[in-house]
Design a protein around this ligand. Sequence first.
Ligand SMILES: Cc1cc2nc3c(=O)[nH]c(=O)nc-3n(C[C@H](O)[C@H](O)[C@H](O)COP(=O)(O)O)c2cc1C
Length: 201
Amino acid sequence: MFYRPADGHGLPHNPFNAIVTPRPIGWISTRGANGQNNLAPYSFFNAVAYEPPQVMFASTAAKEDRGDTKDSVANIRETGVFCVNIVEYAMRDVMNASSAALPRDVDEFAHAGIALSPCSEIDCARVAEAPAALECRMTQIVQIKGAHNHVVFGEVIGVHLRDDTLVEGRFDVTTFTPLSRMGYRDYTRVTDIFELRRPDD
Ligand SMILES: Cc1cc2nc3c(=O)[nH]c(=O)nc-3n(C[C@H](O)[C@H](O)[C@H](O)COP(=O)(O)O)c2cc1C
């Protein structure tokens, strides 16, 4: 089949986010100017540069108590910082619990029973047991086409790696099994890894 998104797909569910898969999940922790901690998963997330290291995530809707966006973007507007926590398979249920549409004054760390630690470089909490966490200083928030679509870019200024993830000097994802988002309500996890050398290696 072929469809133009502007004309509709005619399927029971939108296939778009099942086409671009698997997507890594950026579990974004932020803190409001009032000190309120916040945590939410975003699968429109990726790394976008090495030097300096930079990441992005996209927020695609709004909450009634936040005007034109969600709590994560609203907090980053206030403070200019955020932390990206990497999600392992073992944390799938608490990650999911943290995605609930909760009032702005609810702390998802407490709501989902997730232990937190302070970040080192920024005034923000991080998921204490996450396999990795990237402390970020926001560089740009870009409003893209659509009512509530915002892309947040950040420079990574601090990196936490859980001790058991380092094997012979490499960040070994088989030590924790990364969780990724598929379409609909589906997820996958990384269990098989193989190497391909580039032609000019
Ligand atoms: C695995 C997963 C991935 C998600 N990815 C996104 C995303 O990329 N963009 C988005 O706007 N919402 C996404 N959501 C929904 C948000 O997590 C949800 O709206 C959350 O309540 C936002 O929290 P906040 O208002 O504290 O930022 C995702 C939810 C889940 C469970």
